[in-house]
Design a protein around this ligand. Structure first.
Ligand code: OXD
Length: 312
């Protein structure tokens, strides 16, 4: 019985991942694609942007587990074997990193750091009149595990936090929640700093275009740590250039790595990071993945399973 690890991302160090999983599951034989040994032995595939089509090679595969929070990199494989559970990664350490990343950019924009940097380059000493924290509304799109944790952290810092998602939700005490297409305009109209953590699905692709960006109050900010295909990049550039949106911190892009000739690189109000907002940690994620594999082996349900109906 073995587990195959597969990724096409050159920066994923598969040996480190293999060691992390082996430590969490000493009894399992961990293989790294393409060194997958006897394909009949492979019962679990643990993947991040795996080479398309390879999962069909394993006739006894029981589940596909993501090495990252999202699973769009799995379901976009046109040759995905049918009927297997696909398991997302909900990992405390990853969530914590995403929270810190979001907090960093919220503070950067809220406390005018982006202005002080450009002032410094011009040797200007200008004290900006700061906006009070409770007057700054942070709007989070996507209130799953990560979005909720970011929201709760920002609430503890006294920000006014609101959220938006596709469906109705309960038990969000400190976060005013908007849902569905009907309430999107209200949500955007109240948002000064928009944080996107939505997963990429057929419903969320290109959900934020010029029309929606124009609904944000003037001088608002964007932090995208969900997926690139959700906010239209050309429209974002237009609204930035028109000065409606003041700045954007982008960690995810429609095409990754971001092509060298993409205009986002050159825009003075765009801050680019290479999809590092939440880097899965081999020890902590290895533990989470092993718990899910053990659940499946005992006939229990792993958590969380990708839902074809929801698209995430
Ligand atoms: C992701 C991740 O899914 O980095 O984007 O975990």
């Amino acid at each position: 019985m073995s587990i195959v690890l597969a990724s096409t991302d050159f920066w994923e160090d598969m040996e480190v991942w293999s060691n992390g999983l082996q430590k969490a599951m000493p009894e399992m034989d961990i293989k790294v694609y393409p060194d997958d040994g006897d394909v009949n032995e492979v019962e679990f595939a643990v993947v991040w942007k795996h080479p398309r089509g390879i999962l069909k090679k394993y006739p006894n595969l029981k589940a596909i587990l993501s090495l990252g929070a999202g699973v769009d990199h799995i379901i976009s494989d046109p040759d995905l074997p049918e009927g297997l559970p696909i398991i997302r990664l909900v990992d405390k350490k990853l969530t914590h990193e995403m929270c810190l990343h979001a907090l960093h950019w919220v503070l950067h924009f809220h406390s005018d750091q982006y202005l002080y940097r450009s002032q410094q380059l011009k040797r200007q000493w200008i004290q900006q009149s700061s906006i009070q924290i409770e007057e700054r509304t942070i709007g989070i799109m996507g209130l799953g595990n990560i979005g909720r944790s970011i929201g709760e952290l920002l609430v503890t810092q006294s920000f006014n936090v609101i959220g938006w998602g596709a469906n109705q939700k309960s038990s969000l005490t400190d976060i005013k929640y908007y849902y569905g297409q009907d309430q999107l305009s209200d949500f955007l109209g109240r948002t000064n700093i928009l944080i996107n953590v939505l997963p990429l699905t057929s419903d969320t692709t290109n959900i934020i275009t010029k029309k929606e960006l124009s609904l944000l109050p003037k001088d608002s900010f964007i932090i995208n740590i969900g997926r690139g295909g959700i906010i239209n990049e050309d429209d974002l550039l237009t609204l930035l250039s028109e000065g409606h949106i003041k700045a954007a911190a982008l960690d995810v892009f429609a095409q990754e790595p971001l092509p060298e000739n993409n205009s986002l690189w050159d825009h003075p109000s765009v801050y680019i990071t290479p999809h590092i907002a939440g880097q899965s940690n081999p020890n902590s994620a290895g533990q989470t993945i092993s718990e899910n594999i053990h659940r499946i082996q005992k006939g229990e349900l792993p958590y969380p399973i990708y839902s074809r109906d929801n698209g995430y």
